[in-house]
Design a binder for this molecule. Sequence first.
Ligand SMILES: [Zn+2]
Length: 489
Amino acid sequence: MKKSILLTVTLLLLTSCLLPSRNATSTPEPVPSTFSPTDLSIYKDGLMPEYQGILNELPYASIYQIEFKIAEDLYNISGSETVIYTNAEDVELNEVKFRLFPNILGGNMHVDEVLVNGKAIVPNYTLNDSLLTVPFETPLQPKESVTLSMDFTVRVAQSVEMNYGVQAYSDNVLALAHAYPMIAVYDDEGWNAEIPPQSGDVTYADMSLFLVTVDVPQNVIVAGSGREISRQDNGNRLTVQYEAGPVRDFYLAASPDYEIFTKEVNGVTLRFYTKDYLQEGAEYALDVAARAIEIFGERYAPYPYTELDFVSTPTYALGIEYPGMIAITERIVAADDNYLEATVAHEVGHQWFYNLVGNDQLDDPWLDESLTQFATLQYFTDEYGQQGTEGYRAALEGRWARIGMENIPIGLPVRDYSDQEYSAIVYGRGALFFEALQAEMGSEAFDAFLKNYVTNNAWKIGTPEVLQKTAEEQCECDLTSLFTGWIYP
Ligand SMILES: [Zn+2]
């Protein structure tokens, strides 16, 4: 997630050959009812060929099957979820924890009929009902799987006041982030769960596989994570099915006002779902996204999926990242907007830093936000040369200057910063750390380090320790004092 950036780079309006289209995809066959959730072949076509092998390498990933039924009003939703959860830890687990984010994002979520391997259990609710704990009668052993299922209803907030309006129905657009019972991450701290501060991202998630059915009023255009695999028009209702995975989350946006603009780059289909009066800005954003995919693909690793979808929403943030999807606030979708290019490049960068390589976004926000701000600097360097570097660096310094360039560490959890510090340090000073690291290591070693960090940690969770170790291995040098000066208290 990001806030405002003062951008001094001259915007270069690229020519484009985009056509509006209402036809998102053309594969009308529904998934057969005999479909087995553990048959992962359905996810293959959503991954670029060089990444398809990952489907054989994530035996413990959670497998979600979700149904959303969205009412005519577009903010009342009912649904059901079945998830196969496997204990990927080396300790037995007595329970599994689900986040119910609508209960802390201004709306509400109610869960019913919780079953463990078909047997009803009584769950326990904490953290303002945003954490559902499902106890196991007998502990789940390492590598053992369990099938959990539940029904749910969600009433989505009708304002964008909470957490930038990531989950809201406003201005005829439904932004449906984290709107299903979402399994929390178990790591060396145990189960990760807290009520997230208003200023940062709210989730921390492992790679999972999703098969999602969305039932919406027929006049609504939906955009979901992953790849549309079937579409059925039932008269006044429409049923659309998506596969997404491996991804860290499933996101959906819907509006009767959406038009779709498309572009192709390196075998990736880019789409922008937005209102027709924003066409020029949307096409410009797709041009920027295409360049960013080329630049980051060259610098870090190829983009993993066959699709990347943008949606415009009324969010308070400039942009918000989701796996294979990006929300951009409606108010900057204009080709001459000073924030659009940097916002698009930043959010595309998150596809590498947050999704492909994950991180604890609440405890280590710098691992995705500072690194993504640095990726945006690299985008401006590669796109505009020295002038691009200097312009964007000035924007980063300007951000840090808002708190007088105070040497606050960049490696704190979101909760330890004030809102102003969070923006200035994690989004400003944090990116400048990577420039300092580049200067210390030398450009060649630094470039190799970033490639290695992405390649070695793809589909996993990166940590500050792993990032430092990867850099030190590459430069064959001790970076302790540099990291201590910038990252740690
Ligand atoms: Zn961000």
